[in-house]
Design a protein around this ligand. Structure first.
Ligand SMILES: NC(=O)c1ccc[n+]([C@@H]2O[C@H](COP(=O)([O-])OP(=O)(O)OC[C@H]3O[C@@H](n4cnc5c(N)ncnc54)[C@H](OP(=O)(O)O)[C@@H]3O)[C@@H](O)[C@H]2O)c1
Length: 278
């Protein structure tokens, strides 16, 4: 933990919720927050993995952990998860649960793409509304939403995933302004490639990555000022270099970057539809 992160508990209170805490970036946030003495609600689907994270944090940092194993693609389960936090003085939400895909949209499974919208967008909205109201009532709070380097332009070969992250980026930017007078801080965290389970699930070859710990530390440091933080060299480079490019050109550049990263740029093979290959 960096010395400046030690004040997180003073700023946001004794408890935080971290979704996606079983792995990758969410787990790194949980570790940084536990090191700052913050008690944690850990959310993801894999209960055994969450129990292991919780046991480690209790032993190393002496914090309390509540494990909630739930599938955030299910709106009922998502709302049940929120109900199971109402007895705790929570002042910080880190919405890190999410996943992506790569390759041509028409080669993806419809159910998986719809699940991305449910987890990356609908569940994040439900969490923001629930905790936004609670934080507004207590007069302080922080919200970190996981956006992405692909959130700022249409991104061919990861079209739906990039669109879900554009939703998250836009939501965070707007809520930052809406909620500032209520004493709440909102941050969009838009990393480039990160070494986590994300690449394998999205079938992406991510090349040079940064560590989830770097993402968590930079985001927690940036939260008091809110806005957008772009951890990683690729995210920063693309932010600067594409800032003045026409939008259509940005989309083409993002498409060629994503095409190079997609493990199966032509997409997984699927049965022909009405005699035409898809
Ligand atoms: N890694 C990158 O290069 C990168 C770059 C930019 C943005 N991001 C964003 O960062 C966030 C975290 O990704 P990551 O890199 O940490 O990936 P990761 O290592 O695959 O972790 C994803 C986390 O989300 C949870 N999750 C996935 N589907 C879920 C569901 N239906 N219900 C509940 N939890 C679910 C996973 O837990 P379970 O499997 O146990 O459910 C896991 O804890 C994502 O929103 C991603 O879009 C990642």
């Amino acid at each position: 933990m960096s010395p400046r992160l030690s004040s997180v508990r003073d700023a946001y209170g004794p408890w935080a919720v971290v979704t996606g805490a079983s792995d990758g970036i969410g787990r790194a946030f949980a570790q940084e927050l536990a090191a700052a003495g913050v008690h944690l609600v850990l959310v993801a689907r894999r209960e055994a993995q969450l129990d292991t994270v919780a046991a480690d944090l209790r032993t190393r940092f002496g914090v309390q952990c509540r494990v909630i194993a739930t599938d955030l693609a299910d709106p009922l389960a998502s709302s049940h998860m929120l109900d199971r936090t109402t007895d705790l003085d929570i002042g910080l939400l880190v919405a890190a649960a999410g996943f992506g895909s790569s390759g041509p949209l028409l080669s993806q499974l419809d159910t998986s793409e719809q699940e991305q919208v449910a987890v990356n967008c609908a569940a994040v909205l439900a969490q923001c509304m629930h905790f936004g109201r609670r934080f507004a009532a207590r007069g302080s709070g922080g919200v970190i939403l996981l956006s992405s380097v692909v959130a700022f332009h249409g991104t061919p070969w990861s079209a739906n995933y990039a669109a879900t992250k554009a939703y998250v980026q836009s939501l965070a930017e707007a809520l930052r302004h809406e909620w500032a007078p209520r004493g709440l801080q909102v941050l969009a965290c838009a990393p480039g490639p990160v070494g986590s389970g994300f690449g394998a699930r999205a079938q992406l070859r991510l090349g040079r990555t940064i560590s989830p710990t770097v993402v968590a530390q930079q985001a927690l440091r940036a939260l008091p000022r809110g806005g957008t933080v772009r951890p990683g060299w690729l995210s920063k480079l693309l932010g600067w270099s594409l800032a003045t490019a026409p939008r259509a050109l940005r989309v083409r550049i993002m498409g060629s970057i994503m095409h190079g990263m997609a493990a199966q740029p032509a997409g997984p093979t699927r049965p022909a539809l009405h005699g035409r290959a898809v």
